[in-house]
Ligand binder design. Sequence first.
Ligand code: 13P
Ligand code: SF4
Length: 392
Amino acid sequence: MADVTSTWTEPSNTPLALLLLGKGTDPASERGVDCPGDLPAPSDPDLVARATAAKAALGDRVFVLGHHYQRDEVIRFADVTGDSFKLAQQAAARPDAEFIVFCGVHFMAESADILTKPSQRVILPDLAAGCSMADMAVLGQVETAWEHFQDLGIAGDIVPVTYMNSSADIKGFVGRNSGVVCTSSNAKRALTWSFEQGSKVFFLPDQHLGRNTAVLEMGFDLDDCVLYDPHKPHGGLTDEELRNAKMILWRGHCSVHGRFTIDSVREVRERVPGVNVLVHPECRHDVVRAADYVGSTEYIIKALDAAPAGSAWAVGTELNLVRRLALAHPDKQVMFLDRTVCYCSTMNRIDLPHLVWTLEELVAGRVPNVITVDEKTAREARVALDQMLALP
Ligand code: 13P
Ligand code: SF4
């Protein structure tokens, strides 16, 4: 049998990456690891056995969802793995499960709470597992922008679209203004629908997904897009720029995918002739333009499944997923697009100690870290989420 690690070269480590892997300590960065009970030590040799036993004891009462960026040690306990879209669909798939343990980040758990029955409780094993991109759009800022669009008389032409990677109250804003949520796997469908409802789109909070989809998949020009900076008066845009724009992009980005550069693409093409460059649409526009394939995490997984043996792939997305794909495809050369490691630090906060703690708390009759969206926000956000799930 082939050596499964034979084609994988680990990108260079940085001290930060070692911390994220739990192979170092930095008390100053341990915000959020405190749990109201005893968090097992990462070195506890019984963690796998404890998680297995607790999950078995809970049986069908618990349903564990795992995003593709989660660590291997967590993914092995997921009942379902998926990208943001699949997990949103799957959240409601087990209406009899009392507890949905969401191994992902906060905005995903909020969406799961909105889409599940009121009696089901959604649990995030570490409350510090947020998303820096989602944090870049705050409701007050978005409402200020919208008021300005109303003053200009253009709000009636605009359909707000928010990426799944946004807080529930941003989804609520989009729902009450007749817009739609999208994910990286249905952004083109969401924009197509939106341009049937209005002549402009206000796209939150990922400028790159908005621009890449509009320009590379819908045929818009870069000049049709303007960048709204919430830290500048009127977004830093003139009235004329806003009136002429087709896509008003919020100035937000993913700090993980933003690390890949055009130099990473050039370098790997020189080093590995014939390599296929496959990236996530949260990457910058020049990187996506220079790549051969672009798609969500689910798309990336399927592309590698379908790739012929012997082919070479440089993948621009989160490292936990790329490493797992490399190990799953020893007959293909799968490498990370960048030379240095690139984890999503907040996804990585969900580790085996937090999962064990969560499951054992549930076995003991305590329900930790419940994510609850208030009723009004949930109702409005659900309109935008349901619109997404109903997209043709
Ligand atoms: P998808 O799961 O839609 O591919 O998005 C990736 C991501 O960044 C999730 O936070
Ligand atoms: Fe947020 Fe980027 Fe991490 Fe996804 S990968 S959770 S968008 S920071």
